[in-house]
Structures are given as structure tokens and as C-alpha cells.
Design a protein around this ligand. Sequence first.
Ligand code: AHM
Ligand code: MG
Length: 341
Amino acid sequence: MKTLVEFINDKQIEYPGATGDLTRLLNDITIAAKIVNREIRIAGLADINGRHGSTNIQGEDQQKMDVFANDHFINALKHGGQCAAIASEENEDLIIFGNAYSQQGKYVVAMDPVDGSSNIEVNVPIGTIFSIYKRVTPEGSSASVEDLLQKGRNIVAAGYVIYGSSTILVYTTGNGVNGFTYDPSVGLFFLSHPDMRIPEEGTIYSINEANYIYFPEGVKRYIKYCQVDDKATHRPYNTRYIGSLVSDVHRNLVRGGIFIYPGNAKNPTGKLRLLYECAPMAFIIEQAGGKASNGFHQILDIEPYGIHQRVPLFIGSKKMVEKAEEFMFEFSRDFSRLQGA
Ligand code: AHM
Ligand code: MG
């Protein structure tokens, strides 16, 4: 069986001229993920469940696990030396590594250390999301926010870890998507899901329907479309909503389906963050043959203006996302103007 480290090393060999920096960076992320996994697995026993008592930039309660994971990922990347800066959900400002060594790093990372952390206390799967960009400022200088404000198309590598019934790390460097399952008895990730492809169509739609009255008309109509009885198209579809982006998207990647977190009357740009939630997941899903959009434009083509910027998300099986977009175009003219689309 191939381990994640062997797999990453093999991939590096396929690129003549590769320096090994990305390999080292990915390995650092993997090590931090193992440490976070260890804590999550004993969360009910250790004093790591519950609120930290602080709030993050989004005004949300930080969980102890958010803070623990954030610290570990930052430390792993700081000491690795390949990463010059990190944008994290848990830090208002960009974390720029000040020492001379990491300023040499040619990469920057955007990450959500623990996505869905409000689910920890009820033992629901949670995840880590990351994406890696090449910096645009010169190596050797201090990194800056413009290194992170790049559109998703420029992502060099993206991945997520799902801490579910087993722990799985899924990643891509823009050449297919592969998944690795963690074997805690030996402390290694093994290739378990080679060359993942999302079905073109599925029968699952995932959306927090409690917000229905606030949804744009296009989303309301699409939901009703999903609920119509039509044997030829396998409708009505099933609803599955875990409330943990990584888990919902991972399930849809394996089974086929669509996940939607739309803008709504209260928050026109929705809830999810472009840089460290939507763009990495979009990069992965596109690599697996799926699609991701804000209802009108592809997520990966959106130029970010802020590291905590939010964006509506329609992601999953290509034909399902296209169908949802049809409804958005047809019924949401006013709403699209609201988003500057
Ligand atoms: P978080 O980054 O604060 O954990 O929030 C992100 C999560 C996603 O995982 C999930 O898809 C969404 O928020 C659920 O939000 P809601 O409870 O509004 O449905
Ligand atoms: Mg999150």
C-alpha cells in the first residue's frame, strides 16, 4: 500500500526541476493534521471540548479546538520554512512569518483549521481545509496580503482532512484528486481513494433549508425542482445536510450531489469564506470533474478583495450545479445585481 508521503514524493519526481518545497510543505500540513486528529479523537475525554471564551473576526465563538488546531498548523508551517504567510479563519490579519528563513518561502497558505467546529460537542464529522498559492511578492521580502488575494485558479495545491468515522485526507496539486485514509495503529495515511471523480449527476441536495424564506428566488425554485416526482431524473432527490462543509462536500464527491450555501436576504454573500473554504473546495471538486460557482460565476475566477470575504457557494456534480445556475439566471436578476454579478 502506498503511503501519503511516498505518493507526494513520487509526484515530485514527475516534475523535473521541482525543488521539493511543495513536498515539504504538504508533509508539514500532514503532520499538523495528525496532531489535530489525535486531539479530536479524544475530544470528549480531554479538556478540549467547548468554547474557548473568545470570538474570531467573524464574531463567532471560538472553540478550544479551533484555537488548538490553528496554533498547530501555524507552528508546523512556520518552522517548515516554505510558507511565508498564512490567512486563517481564526486570525483577523494575515500571519506573516518574520524570521529570515520563512521569508524565503515561496508559498503562502489559506486555511480553515477546524471547519464546522460547533459540531465537535455532538460528535459530528469536522474538517480542515487548506490551499497553497505561490506568492506574488519577491522571495526574500516580507510577504503581504496581495500574496493571498489571488483567484482560486492560481492555487498550486488544495486539500481537506475529514475527521469522520475514519480520518481521510484528500488533496490535489491540479492533476487529479486522491484520498488517503489514516491508519492510527501505524500513524500513517495510506492511499485509499485513487483518482477520485465526482459523478456528473447525483440525487442528493444539501442546503440549510431553515433559511428558505431568505433565499433568492432562483434557489427556492431549484429546491422545488429537486422535490418534484420525476422517475426519469431520479427525483425527488434526497436531502442530506450535516452542517459541516467538508463532510457534506466529501459525501457528494463520493456519491454525487450538490451543496448550496446561497446568499440570502440578510447576508447577500452568504456565510462561507472565499479564500479558505470555497476556493480550495472548488479547486478540488473541479479537479474531480465537478463544478463550483456563486450561482453565476465560477468560484475559481473570483478576484478576492479581502482575506475573510464571503461568497455564495453552489458546488458538486457538474450537471446539478449547472441546473441550479439556470434557476439563478432565470429568477434572480435583482439578486445578481445585488452581488455585483
Ligand atoms: P465555521 O467555519 O465557523 O465552522 O462555519 C462553516 C460551517 C460549514 O462547515 C457549514 O457548511 C456551515 O458553516 C453551516 O452553517 P449553517 O449552520 O448556517 O447551516
Ligand atoms: Mg469554516
